[in-house]
Design a protein around this ligand. Sequence first.
Ligand code: PHE
Length: 455
Amino acid sequence: MSTRGAWSSRAGFILAGAGSAIGLGNIWRFPYMTGDNGGAVFALVFLIFCFLIGYPVMIAELTLGRHTQKNPVGMFNSLSGGRPLWKLVGGLCVLSGFIIFSWYSVIAGWVVGYVYKTAVGTFETQLSNEAIDRIFSSFVSNGPVVMLLHAVMIFMAAFVVSGGVKGGIEKFSKWLMPVLFALLILLAIRSVTLDGAMEGLRFYLYPDFSKVSGVMVLKAMGQALFSLSLGMGTMITYGSYLSKKENIATSAAWITSFDVLVSILAGFVILPAVAAMHQSYAQGPDLIFKVLPSIFGSMPGGYFFGLGFFTLVIIAALTSTVSILEVPVAYFVDERGWSRKQAVAFVASLAWLIGTPAALSHGATEFLTRLPAIGISFFDFISTAFGDISLSIGAFFIAVFIAWIWGVSKASNEIESEGNSFVIRGIWSFLIKFVAPIIILAVFLYTIWTTFLAS
Ligand code: PHE
């Protein structure tokens, strides 16, 4: 264990896990997906999936990682005796890590740009929606600038993962994440007390079941997994640094609860303000960048709130990118015998290249902004393919693997090692054997049915 490094304490691990989970997924992706997909009903389905699928799969990933002390590929290999199917699943995890890292840092780069804009006073006064739109569009369609900021984020993550300031960042986020949380509460209060916010609250809190569709349910499931950092082996890798003394079920419960809470709060910040500003809910990835400036412009001290908030979001994003990057890096180090620095340099450069079309798909090039045939941006395409679909496939196989290949009794023994209690043993076994895999499969079939066959 000592040669692979380990978390210093229980709190240290929960913090690192929460640091991975809490990020742009909560603050940027959850509000816009909720806006795009019908409001409250999406949030409700998301919540259900977090606890029915997310929580049991998080326990599964941490357990598999701790037992084998390996990255996803190594873990599947050693527990399945090298069977090809499981090699493939491990490979999918590493690939998802690569691709998600590449586009996630594009958005984190936008936030860096917004720190700068806020710092120079762009949002100090209340601007019109048109002015905010113009600022955003000219920023994200500026190819060289977004590519540069993308590179900045990749570089920062690469620096941390190659061993730079890992200890530092953990200590940092111990203090900063509670501040982010407090800021979210203040912003939510500001937002719900804006004139006209009620309509947004209704949108967020009263489910309209006519909005349920296959794609919507698939996206809610993908978002639950994305937000909890599941389905691509992040928690397997993090679990591999976890000591036998830790209680996996309790740690996973804390991480899941924190993460869900932050998403729900972010919804209270963004959606009421959308209504108050007479904007549209369905603005895709642009949403928070068009709403937050208005909120800051409308509150006393907005300059400092804005600056603080965007800075904290970068740190939250950084602790997540670090955990995403860790998966492909751990693979090259453990399985291919590369040095850590080599692996980081390779993955980071390739991710920058792969991320470039995602960076250029918000107006910088017409082709990538509206892909022929499917009519959505390259960014949206890759976000659905790798943020939602591949993570769902990954989670499905992880659940099947631990429940039916390795076996829930071995898993439970691992969880109960060193006398740890596992009160929900029976419930977890049922969820991971039946509920999680069947729901994931059903959602896929339902989506295929409603999208391609039913019309
Ligand atoms: N959970 C992170 C977030 O919400 C993103 C992430 C996805 C991290 C997948 C690791 C693995 O921002």
